[in-house]
Write a protein that binds this ligand. Structure first.
Ligand code: ATP
Ligand code: MG
Length: 152
């Protein structure tokens, strides 16, 4: 299946707009062109983007920003979802993709959620023969990236 990443991302952002607005968070999409064709399952990639952007809003800071960025490589497109929120302490980083794992139970609890979002993202990204990576710094923010094959 070939899908337009830009269209999918616009749809996902539109779905999450109210949630972001309620916390005074801006979602910024940076794309080098207004159509980006990738080999992917559109439905599942929008689910992965939804889970990542939903987290960026839910765990981000009030008045913060969420950056969604597409960058071109030789054979693929790199997709990044980044926030300027509180970040994830390094000792938790290698566990956040596990099912039901949530950082700081008490603080996460009031935000709601089951701890499945990132496990689903990892599953979807792996099914596209790609890897999800995370970089985070406490008090600076968190960035998730993965790649999808270009359509020749
Ligand atoms: P669900 O997605 O099922 O509603 P959830 O958001 O708690 O629940 P995940 O999306 O799997 O579950 O995230 C796991 C944990 O990782 C979260 O509970 C949170 O503690 C942490 N986390 C995820 N994304 C971020 C982020 N962008 N910034 C800070 N912490 C995050
Ligand atoms: Mg989540």
């Amino acid at each position: 299946e070939r899908v337009d990443l830009v269209r999918i991302t616009h749809e996902v952002i539109e779905q999450l707009e109210t949630k972001a607005h309620n916390r005074d968070i801006r979602i910024k999409l940076t794309t080098p062109s207004d159509q980006i064709w990738v080999k992917a399952d559109g439905y599942r990639i929008s689910q992965a983007l939804t889970n990542l952007i939903d987290n960026a809003i839910k765990y981000g800071r009030d008045g913060g920003k969420v950056f969604v960025t597409f960058e071109e490589d030789k054979k693929d497109w790199q997709i990044e979802v980044r926030d300027d929120g509180p970040g994830i302490p390094p000792e938790h980083l290698n566990r956040i993709f596990e099912r039901f794992y949530r950082v700081e139970k008490s603080r996460s609890k009031e935000k709601g959620g089951t701890g499945l979002g990132l496990a689903i993202v990892k599953h979807i990204v792996n099914a596209h023969k790609s890897k999800i990576t995370v970089m985070s710094r406490v008090d600076k923010g968190t960035a998730f990236t993965f790649k999808l094959d270009k359509v020749e």
